[in-house]
Structure formats: C-alpha cells, structure tokens
Design a protein around this ligand. Structure first.
Ligand code: TRP
Ligand code: SF4
Length: 332
C-alpha cells in the first residue's frame, strides 16, 4: 500500500541575527516537532530582512549563516526537511511582482502589523513600498510551494488571511486554481519574557541566545528579574507574577515546579535557590543543542552545502508552480 502523501508545511524566518529563546519557543521548536509528520520547507527570508536592513545590508549574509547554524543546532534535520535561502530562488521575486499587480493597496494598508512595525522601528524609515508589500512577498513564498499549512503564532494570523484572499483573487481572475489556500497552523507559544521582564529581544539586550554557553546561561539566569515583592530573602513571593517562573514551567519537571512555587510563597527558598534549580534544568535541556552546535561549528562548509542542496530541491517546485501561474494567465 502506498503511504498517504504527507501534507506540506512551509515557513520562513528573517535573518536578523542569532536566535534567542523567544525565537526558539515562538517558532523553531515547533518546526523541529513538525518535521516528523509533514513534508517541510523552511527558508531564510533574506529578502524580507532587507525591509528593515536596507541601509546596511552587509550583515544579512552573515546573519543568514548564523540562522542556518541555529536551525541545525536546534535539531532541524536536512534528511527530513528542505532548508533553503529565499534569494537564491528568483521565482519568489517574480511571483511577488505578478501578485503585486493584482493586490489592492488598501488590503495592505489595513494590515495591523504594517502600522505597528512602523511605530516600533524608528531607526529606519519603514514607510517604503517594499515594506507595504511585505505580505505580498510572504504570500509568494508560501504559494510557490503549494503549502497546505504555515506554522505561525497568533500575531501572524492576519498575514495568512491576506494570503488566502490573494489566492482567491488570483483564482477568480484567471479561472484556474493553481495555488493551495494555505491554512494557519497556530501553535500556542509559551509566554517568556527577557531577563528584565520586557519582551525578549536582541535590541533590548535582555535575551538568552540559543548559542549562549553554559556560563553565559548561568550568568543570565542570575540577572533575571524576579517578583519585586521579594526584596529580602524572608519576604514571601508569588510565582504567578514572577518573571522567572515561566521558565520553570517550560524547563523543569512538575515536581520541581510545585516545590518552587510552594517554597516561594512561604519564603522557604530564596530566589537564588530557585535560580540555581532553573539553571540546572535549563542546561540539561539545552545540552543536546549545545552539543550539535559544537559539532556543526567544526564544519561550516557542510552548512553551506545543506542549504545549497535544499535550495536545489525547492527550486524544482518553484519552477513548476511559476510555470502553471504563467500558463493560467496566458503569459506562456
Ligand atoms: N515574516 C516572517 C518573519 O518575520 C518571515 C517570513 C517570510 C515567513 N515569508 C514567510 C513566514 C512565509 C512564514 C511564511 O520571520
Ligand atoms: Fe520567582 Fe523563584 Fe524568586 Fe519565587 S523564588 S520570586 S518563583 S525566582
């Protein structure tokens, strides 16, 4: 009996530097879990990165390499999934251009992240044509591979809805269903903040990176903000308002979580004890990632080869979809 064809997943990540635990639990860990059950395509969205790095694009190449190393360290397996670089496949740009001709500008202007990001990113002028069209390029990325699902956090759901609308518009205009309307695969993302309690972000200098070594992790855990009510060792605290406790929920076994919560509320344990316990379970869990990284770091050429190999495979699908697009539009 033939094995039933696996559904296809596609997702991408902008190369904006080394990945931190927010990126890991927000996306990458889900990808690693998905690779066993789906046909997966994951790509480095280096053209998307230009939307905020166009003034200084020199670092994009180095960032892309770092992302690839982070992916492999985290456990993405090139035997199971196709890993590639967006800018090596010109079909992304070609389909983006074609779709841009039929996407009404108001659809893009009402996209909530368009305004939010403009308010958030002040260092570069984000009122560009390219940034407005960000979701169109993203749509091209997805539909080029006829992906069934895109794993996204809930905040990205409006983007995906827009992709579906664009697909329907294309099908309506050319009377041929060449694409698949991508579904969102929404995963719940544990809420982890940075060391200082703000959202974990490279630019806030409050992140724990996937590439941090044991010493760095231990040092950062020590720096972490806890329940401010525990100014002194014998002040009781509340794990539910503590910035560190969510990390225990992710990394520590149930029994330790209970022990910590109870010890915190009764001031039986101090934040220092609590942090030591966390450091231990965190390092245990990050161990395999650290080991893979040290292996991979010895052979950077292999990383390049893995991406080149994946790009070749992705190219085949991209070529065939673009061919269908042009035929549907009678351009070919
Ligand atoms: N917007 C995503 C990010 O910020 C990257 C991305 C580009 C993407 N194209 C995509 C994600 C297609 C999913 C599907 O990281
Ligand atoms: Fe947070 Fe642990 Fe300190 Fe309680 S004991 S406030 S949970 S760090």
């Amino acid at each position: 009996m033939s094995e039933q064809k696996r559904k296809r997943i596609l997702s991408g990540m902008q190369p904006s530097g080394k990945l931190h635990l927010g990126n890991y639990f927000g996306a990458l860990k889900n990808w690693v879990d998905l690779q066993d059950d789906f046909e997966c395509f994951f790509f480095i969205a280096d053209w998307h990165a230009l939307s905020s790095l166009y003034e200084d694009p020199r670092r994009i190449k180095e960032f892309s390499f770092e992302v690839a190393v982070d992916w492999l360290s985290a456990g993405l397996d090139p035997e199971k999934c196709t890993l590639f670089l967006q800018s090596k496949i010109p079909e992304h740009a070609e389909l983006h251009l074609i779709l841009s001709m039929m996407v009404p500008v108001p659809w893009l202007e009402r996209n909530p992240t368009y305004k939010e990001k403009q308010d958030e990113i002040k260092k570069v002028d984000m009122s560009t044509y390219g940034f407005l069209g960000y979701p169109v390029l993203q749509t091209a990325d997805i539909v080029l591979y006829r992906a069934d699902f895109v794993p996204v956090g809930i905040d990205q759901a409006p983007h995906l809805e827009l992709s579906r609308e664009i697909v329907r518009r294309f099908h309506h205009l050319y009377k041929k269903n060449v694409f698949i309307e991508p579904g969102a695969k929404i995963s719940d993302i544990p809420k982890l903040n940075g060391l200082d309690g703000r959202k974990m972000s490279k630019s806030y200098d409050n992140a724990i990176f996937l590439s941090d070594n044991e010493k760095e992790v231990a040092k950062k855990v020590k720096q972490m903000l806890t329940d401010p009510a525990r100014a002194r060792r014998d002040d009781p605290g509340d794990p539910e308002v503590c910035n560190l406790y969510p990390f225990h929920k992710i990394y520590s076994p149930q029994s330790m979580q209970e022990e910590v919560a109870e010890g915190c509320r009764t001031a039986k344990i101090g934040c220092g004890d609590c942090k030591n316990m966390l450091t231990q379970t965190m390092l245990e869990s990050m161990g395999p990632i650290m080991e893979r990284r040290s292996e991979i770091s010895k052979k950077p050429k292999e990383v390049e080869e893995i991406i080149a190999e994946g790009t070749k495979r992705a190219q085949l699908v991209a070529t065939s979809t673009l061919d269908r697009v042009k035929k549907a539009m009678k351009l070919k």
